[in-house]
Design a protein around this ligand. Structure first.
Ligand code: GLA
Length: 349
């Protein structure tokens, strides 16, 4: 496994990047800045090696483009928390309102933007474990929390992401990975012609403003949110449907039925490259975000990135679950160990 310098976080902390390669030549790069996936390279149907996630060449660019969370581990609480407030055991905690009146992805300086420590490297298993200590009331969340993320590149061309966290006070925990996939290659442009299937027959619609779910669980049937069979991502993305207008495309949580066990959440395929993604989680929801807010800018190796050039499948608890009595909320008791698994596996068709 190759370990190289990846730049700094501007506060004197050096980030490193690991390159992990399996026997098939599939290659994964992960950095300690934000415990992020930097690249995921797979041979396409014509033998061309394609990097299928968006990213940057060095830590400094990630920090400059903070708002996109390319490939990052997001926490301690992914997605939105309404009014940037949570209540635990009757005590209110104020969080940073970094997305209008909401807290988004734990604020502007969450673990997604910090340099993690390298805990262990397992050459045999092709895995790297990173850890970070998040202090009591850091970003407003109660409890000193020890967080660990392990990235494993398997021999069946999957990246497996294992999360573990424990806090010394009752708190909340909801970690996700924010990779943007483009199965034509990270420089492949608009993902509209790639096909997607989501293992969900319902989604959680948003209120007209601020992107907070209303609490309704709405069947996808007969709506542009129906991905129960493979459908081009772009097929209905511009439909004049209020939910799509609110979010400028898809930026919605889908309701999964895995019963808390690792199961398929989605599949996606690009016919031009023959690359097929299988995504698995043990969480109850997945946020489909179609990169609606990516502005034109330069990514890895001079690639051009822009609006809808990638899609995210963010495994998670439902957005704002901590404030919405209709949703099950991810409270974590003091001393209880939070664990979760996400897998993104590639095949050629
Ligand atoms: C999530 C949010 C989006 C956006 C992205 C990151 O998917 O729902 O609105 O903030 O993260 O840019």
């Amino acid at each position: 496994m190759l370990r190289e310098n990846f730049g700094t976080d501007g506060r004197g902390n050096e980030a490193v990047v690991f390159t992990i390669t399996n026997a098939n030549g599939t290659q994964l790069k992960v950095t300690t800045l934000g415990a992020a996936i930097v690249s995921f390279i797979f041979r396409d149907k014509d033998g061309i090696m394609r990097d299928i996630v968006l990213g940057y060449d060095k830590a400094e660019t990630y920090l400059l483009q903070k708002g996109y969370y390319f490939g990052a581990t997001v926490g301690r609480y992914a997605n939105r928390i309404s009014n940037a407030r949570i209540a635990i055991n009757g005590v209110e905690y104020a969080l940073e309102a970094n997305s209008e009146t909401n807290n988004l992805h734990s604020g502007s300086n969450g673990v997604s933007h910090k340099v993690w420590d390298v805990d262990r490297v397992d050459e045999e298993k092709n895995s790297v474990t990173m850890k970070i200590a998040s202090g009591d009331l850091e970003q407003g969340f109660p409890g000193n929390m020890q967080i660990e993320v392990t990235f494993t590149l398997t021999e069946d061309d999957a990246v497996q992401i294992d999360y573990k966290a424990v806090s010394d006070k009752d708190t909340v925990a909801n970690f996700t990975n924010h990779s943007y996939f483009n199965l034509a290659g990270h420089d492949g442009g608009y993902v509209g012609s790639q096909k997607l299937k989501i293992y969900a027959d319902a989604f959680t619609p948003l209120a007209p403003a601020l992107s907070i779910p209303t609490g309704e669980i709405r069947p996808v049937e007969g709506t542009p949110f129906d991905f129960t069979d493979f459908k081009e991502i772009g097929k209905e993305i511009n439909d004049n449907c209020d939910q799509l207008v609110y979010a400028k495309g898809y930026d919605h949580n889908f309701v999964l039925h895995n019963g808390g066990k690792l199961g398929l959440m989605a599949e996606a395929v690009c016919e031009d490259t023959g690359i097929h993604l299988y995504a698995y989680t043990d969480r109850p929801g997945v946020q489909l975000y179609t990169g609606n807010f990516i502005e034109d800018h330069e990514g890895k190796n001079g690639a051009h990135y822009g609006e809808r050039h990638g899609f995210c499948l963010e495994a998670q608890w439902f957005p704002d679950a901590v404030n919405n009595p209709a949703f099950e909320a991810p409270f974590l008791a003091a001393g209880e160990v939070y664990t979760s698994v996400t897998v993104y596996r590639l095949e050629r068709v």
